[in-house]
Design a protein around this ligand. Sequence first.
Ligand code: HEC
Ligand code: HEC
Ligand code: HEC
Ligand code: HEC
Ligand code: HEC
Ligand code: HEC
Ligand code: HEC
Ligand code: HEC
Ligand code: HEC
Ligand code: HEC
Ligand code: HEC
Length: 416
Amino acid sequence: MASAALIRALLLALALGLAGAVDAKTAAAPAASAPAANPNEACLMCHGDASAKGASGKSIAVDAAAFAQSVHGEMHFECTACHTDTSADKLPHAEKLKPANCSGCHEDAVKKFTATAHGRALKEGKAAAASCTDCHGSHDIRRSKDPASKTAFANIEAACGACHGNDKLVQQAKLPGGNIQAKYHDSIHNRLLEGQGVYSARAPTCTSCHGTHDIQSKNAPDSRVARAHIPATCGSCHQRELTVFEKGRHGALLQSGVTVGPVCSDCHGAHSIQRASTPSWQNAVVGACGNCHDDFLASFRHTYHGKVTTLGFSEVATCASCHGAHDVRPASDPLSPIAPENRLQTCRTCHPKAGVQFASWDPHPRPKDKGRDLILYWTNIFMEVLLAGVFLFFGLHTVLWAYRSLKNRFGGGKSH
Ligand code: HEC
Ligand code: HEC
Ligand code: HEC
Ligand code: HEC
Ligand code: HEC
Ligand code: HEC
Ligand code: HEC
Ligand code: HEC
Ligand code: HEC
Ligand code: HEC
Ligand code: HEC
């Protein structure tokens, strides 16, 4: 173990020395230092051949040019910096080598990664989970700010999508959430990133919401996408909506530590987020409210507003038209648009000629509730009795009629 620590210390010194050397070189222009023999030549003698294959038939070719342009190649790293169980002096090397070692130099990244959803899954033997190389590459690793890097902002969707957008893998490895890239790809956020939107503001890619070396399952309490943290995650960009949300009943619930109230993704979704003006989405939100307020959804469906939204038109009132979207409040709150003193005003946004009488109309009729509206209760009973009576009468009529015509036909009577 002591020797491992020694090697690590040496490597670190080497890395720092090399990083320093790069700086010195750029500063001092092309000084006349004699080009040292490339220690990697020894390895590239065999691995530089593009058609080189191992015993299993797998390619063992290394693209020396791509490596030279990688962040490590630019620093003139030796192959042995990562392949720590090889040495240019001891060739040929063993047939089976250990996986490349990043931890000697990126201890912090490795430590953080081990605690992520991917890191834990790898440890549990789920080989399909992302490792350093899946996101960064191996011999072609570049700095994230380099546009050609796999982890450059614009390329992240593809890097994560290699697995979370790969239908075959999604099924085989039972990736949670299914094909997430497909959902995200059509969202307003990605359309903005692809420049088809009106705005050029920076919209989120996968890592903006999930993090990178701290990606966790939504079930982990410290995850950025755990229910309790979603408003803050979205609110890091949508501050205005977050502020309003926190003032309403739903936001207050969350702040008091109760997660039964809705968070942004319950109404907007997490990946397939649409423009809020999209009619199909506005109608879908009615269903989202109904997931928790099923009695109010049922009564809403009894009304003209509710019936028309069922048909797919969002121009009539949806829940949010009367209650607001982000700061819903009980009717007893004077700031609520449905508080008795504000109700007429709320109806008038769409019914400009509405009077006090009009606003007293019940938007949540419950015909079975005698205490709520006695007239509606008896009207409903009358209508139900009438309906049943009509069916009974004509049902009986039809049966007798059928009996009569059958009798006429087969009963020996004269038929016409
Ligand atoms: C004489 C030719 C030769 C030289 C020189 C050579 N290798 Fe290899 N290397 C091979 C062959 C052959 C394999 C395939 C082994 C197998 O899978 O059968 C291999 C495999 C590897 C692997 C993959 C091992 C694995 O388990 O999949 C790595 C990594 C590697 N070499 C690194 C190096 C490094 C670093 C150097 C220089 C220090 C080097 N090689 C020098 C021939 C060579
Ligand atoms: C920054 C670290 C790093 C450096 C430097 C590096 N490698 Fe690798 N190498 C990797 C990683 C990561 C893999 C992927 C497999 C693994 O995890 O071991 C890999 C895989 C390989 C393989 C197996 C075939 C393959 O492509 O999967 C060979 C052969 C190999 N490296 C040779 C070399 C040679 C030769 C050099 C020097 C020119 C070199 N490596 C430099 C990280 C490195
Ligand atoms: C799920 C994808 C993913 C995995 C797995 C991953 N990274 Fe990263 N890594 C990224 C992204 C994306 C960035 C860029 C972060 C940014 O721009 O803020 C990054 C940044 C980095 C950086 C530069 C910034 C820093 O934190 O120092 C290093 C070094 C790094 N990763 C090393 C590693 C190593 C080593 C591993 C394996 C232990 C690893 N990464 C695993 C996605 C990943
Ligand atoms: C011998 C030390 C060493 C080893 C081993 C090593 N790296 Fe690096 N790596 C560095 C140094 C030094 C830098 C440049 C850091 C800087 O300038 O900020 C770097 C840069 C990076 C960057 C770019 C960071 C950025 O600024 O965006 C990534 C990503 C990265 N390494 C990933 C890896 C991965 C993955 C492995 C293992 C396969 C690995 N490294 C192995 C030393 C090492
Ligand atoms: C090499 C394939 C691969 C890549 C690349 C990959 N992932 Fe994953 N990811 C997985 C697998 C497999 C799991 C499931 C782990 C498990 O079963 O616990 C997973 C799990 C997750 C989870 C946790 C899901 C949950 O609720 O349990 C999140 C979040 C996630 N990945 C996001 C990302 C992001 C963001 C990226 C890109 C930066 C990414 N992944 C790149 C394979 C990958
Ligand atoms: C705007 C923020 C945001 C973006 C961008 C985003 N996600 Fe998510 N993601 C979330 C939230 C919030 C959840 C939590 C669960 C939910 O409500 O579905 C989640 C859940 C997940 C899960 C777990 C799914 C489950 O049902 O357990 C995975 C895997 C995942 N995201 C991967 C990705 C990948 C890959 C990308 C990029 C293609 C991405 N996410 C982009 C916010 C985002
Ligand atoms: C209870 C459902 C619900 C929740 C929870 C919710 N929203 Fe909304 N959101 C809506 C509705 C409905 C609209 C459309 C409002 C309209 O048409 O006037 C909307 C509109 C928006 C808009 C468009 C601009 C605007 O204000 O009209 C953004 C951005 C937005 N929401 C972000 C968020 C964020 C961020 C969160 C979490 C902090 C969140 N929403 C929580 C239902 C919700
Ligand atoms: C990295 C910043 C960022 C994050 C994080 C983010 N968004 Fe956005 N979002 C944007 C930008 C930028 C727009 C486009 C704004 C515009 O065009 O008005 C947008 C647009 C939207 C819209 C459409 C707004 C409209 O005018 O109709 C909704 C809804 C939305 N985001 C919801 C969310 C939700 C929910 C989350 C969290 C799961 C989230 N966003 C996370 C940056 C972000
Ligand atoms: C995830 C579940 C959930 C969703 C989705 C949801 N709500 Fe709520 N809502 C609640 C809970 C829980 C309360 C608090 C009830 C209480 O205090 O008894 C609440 C309170 C309210 C209140 C205040 C009434 C009161 O009793 O405090 C109104 C109004 C309201 N919601 C309307 C809506 C509307 C409109 C939507 C859709 C745009 C919606 N809710 C979506 C869970 C939800
Ligand atoms: C036309 C306007 C309108 C529409 C549309 C509407 N509501 Fe209401 N809602 C009201 C009014 C007015 C009240 C207060 C009167 C009452 O107590 O019934 C109310 C009461 C409520 C309450 C109870 C508030 C409290 O303080 O007890 C909830 C919860 C609620 N509505 C949810 C919904 C949901 C969910 C939808 C959509 C499925 C919806 N509403 C659609 C006007 C509307
Ligand atoms: C978002 C707009 C909107 C809001 C807010 C709204 N309505 Fe409506 N409502 C409509 C539309 C559109 C119709 C279709 C008939 C029409 O144009 O008058 C309608 C129809 C009706 C009808 C049945 C048709 C009729 O004219 O007799 C009643 C009753 C009604 N609304 C009552 C209300 C009451 C009471 C409120 C306030 C609590 C309210 N509405 C709030 C848009 C709205």
